[in-house]
Design a protein around this ligand. Structure first.
Ligand code: 16G
Ligand code: ZN
Length: 529
């Protein structure tokens, strides 16, 4: 049973500031680091209960991703490396907000509601990013785990997708990979090096890449990993944390939302560059053309490159498997049109947030999902994986080669979460195999000019949406006003949605010319206020 006395005693050492209310949001709890100690302790407790209930290893990641260095956050990782189940998100919110004297009752409530067998063993794995506050906060998670009698392994510094990988490995009996950092490096690097060996045009052009690491964990982990794959690619790291501040004027979120290069990186024309975010689960590419113009290659174009390559391989192997691409409302209209009309791949739209995309992608033999902001991966059903393994052994010559390639691609993708390092290696392999330059990749289609604004309103909850956030239901009249504006322009589209991570409303608009976009977004904003 639970040692309620010990829980009370230790909880007092991680006391909740009075009146503080936090929500388990799209990606867990996120706020200023100094407000999170009690949340960490309690998430340690909750992870133990979830572990007992699922009879599996549960992950706890301490990070606030692309948010400022002063912030921090925490999220739980479910047995298959996935985001925490929605009913447990509610428990997390309840537990985080319970006043000290109600803690015991809330814990017992959760255990009863979820029929947790308290005699069951529990195992929790913990990872953290490079924020100055992360080490101490992860110690508070460990306090929570141990006071409930859970066993744990602290991986220390990890990228978020590496922690997802560890959880997945541990719960699949080692079939997916070894649950060590070494195991991760070896699995990915082996697949990558084998792929690049097959590339016929392996000139120097494909061998080097500039990486902006957002002054975060990505730099540390790439440094450790670099020599494993250096046969196939040499990476030059920028914003490696030695000087600048985490996510400050750099990183994938900065580059995507400002549509300009990060500070601290020197870019020559036509050089291939990419940016990770602060916990290395997002990636975007970019380059400067000969005229010095900046070109962003976002998650949509990454999804397009990946799904077209996978489709070509399947044709070559002679397998007809269903591929689906999953996007959100933020996907550029040009990307959706290109995927559907040129590539003839079905495209689906879900609400913002990885869990929604991931879940949808699992419905296909091969599901490719990417948010425009650069978070994404490709998921392969177990049946597909087995089929391809067989083909790689049985088929002849050309077909066999394609099957072997696909087998390595499957190994290279992180099946648990979007992963900047894994995605980077996939992209580099595909470019080398297809002999594509970054400009040729970019030229697949032309993005519609687009703008994103955030707007402060008194209560963002007055806005509710439907149809994967593409239409406003309330307040009355809002959607009609958007429709009236949008219909004045060609290829235009706009939506508003309340943020799931900040107290703001987000406005997105795209149309066939940038000038119109500025005008339209401003008008739309005005209407919300
Ligand atoms: C979180 C989500 C990300 C989403 C973003 C939207 C995860 C792991 N991350 O960062 O996928 O794009 O929130 O934020 O789910 P917003 O609701 O504030 O626009
Ligand atoms: Zn992130």
């Amino acid at each position: 049973d639970m040692d309620l006395g010990a829980i009370t005693k230790y909880s007092a050492l991680h006391a909740k500031p009075n009146g503080l209310i936090l929500q388990y949001g799209t990606a867990g709890f996120r706020t200023k680091a100094e407000h999170l100690d009690h949340v960490m302790f309690r998430m340690g407790l909750l992870a133990v209960l979830r572990s007992k209930q699922t009879k599996s290893t549960i992950g706890v990641m301490v990070t606030a991703s692309h948010n400022p260095e002063e912030d921090n956050g925490v999220k739980l990782v479910d047995p298959l490396g996935e985001m925490l189940a929605p009913s447990w998100e509610e428990h997390a919110t309840c537990l985080a907000n319970a006043e000290e004297q109600d803690m015991q009752r809330v814990l017992i409530d959760i255990s009863e509601k979820e029929a947790v067998n308290l005699q069951q063993d529990a195992f929790v794995v913990i990872g953290r990013d490079t924020r100055p506050s992360s080490e101490k906060l992860s110690q508070s998670v460990i306090d929570g785990v141990t006071v409930l009698g859970g066993q744990f392994h602290d991986y220390g510094l990890l990228t978020t997708p590496q922690l997802h990988y560890m959880v997945y490995c541990r719960n699949t009996g080692g079939r997916y990979g070894k649950a060590t950092i070494e195991g991760y490096y070896q699995k990915l690097s082996k697949a990558f090096v084998e792929l690049t060996k097959q590339a016929s045009c392996s000139g120097d052009e494909y061998r080097s890449l500039k990486v902006d690491c957002a002054n975060g964990i990505g730099a540390l982990k790439l440094r450790e990993m670099e020599h494993y794959f250096s046969q196939g690619l040499s990476v030059q790291l920028f914003n490696d944390g030695s000087k600048g501040k985490l996510n400050h004027l750099c990183g994938a979120d900065f580059v995507k939302s400002h549509q300009k290069p990060p500070q601290g990186m020197e870019i020559k024309s036509n050089e291939r560059c990419c940016s990770f975010d602060g916990d290395a689960d997002r990636i975007v590419y970019y380059y400067h053309d000969a005229d010095g113009h900046f070109h962003l290659i976002d998650g949509d174009k990454i999804a397009t490159l990946i799904s077209s390559f996978l489709k070509e391989l399947l044709v070559e192997i002679g397998e007809s498997l269903n591929i689906g691409v999953v996007q959100t409302a933020y996907a550029n209209g040009s990307s959706t049109r290109y995927l559907e009309e040129v590539m003839k791949v079905p495209v689906y739209c879900t609400k913002t947030g990885v869990k929604h995309l991931h879940h949808k992608a699992q419905e296909f033999d091969i599901g490719v999902y990417f948010e425009a902001n650069g978070h994404g991966t490709a998921l392969f059903s177990t049946a597909v994986e087995m089929k391809i393994k067989q083909s790689a052994e049985q088929l002849e010559d050309k077909k066999r080669k394609a099957a072997k390639m696909l087998e390595n691609i499957i190994d290279l993708f992180n099946q648990a979460a979007g992963d900047a390092i894994s995605d980077m290696l996939v992209i580099e392999a595909i470019l080398a195999l297809k002999g594509l330059t970054v400009q040729q990749w970019d030229a697949l289609y032309t993005d519609l000019p687009n703008r994103q604004l955030k707007v402060q309103v008194a209560d963002r909850r007055v806005i509710s949406t439907t149809n994967a956030e593409r239409q406003a239901v309330t307040p009355p009249g809002l959607q009609e006003a958007i429709n009236d504006l949008v219909k004045k322009y060609k290829l235009s589209r706009a939506f508003v949605r309340p943020s799931g991570t900040e107290d703001v409303v987000r406005v997105y608009a795209e149309a066939d010319s940038q000038f119109k976009i500025g005008y339209k977004a401003a008008e739309t904003t005005h209407n919300i206020n």
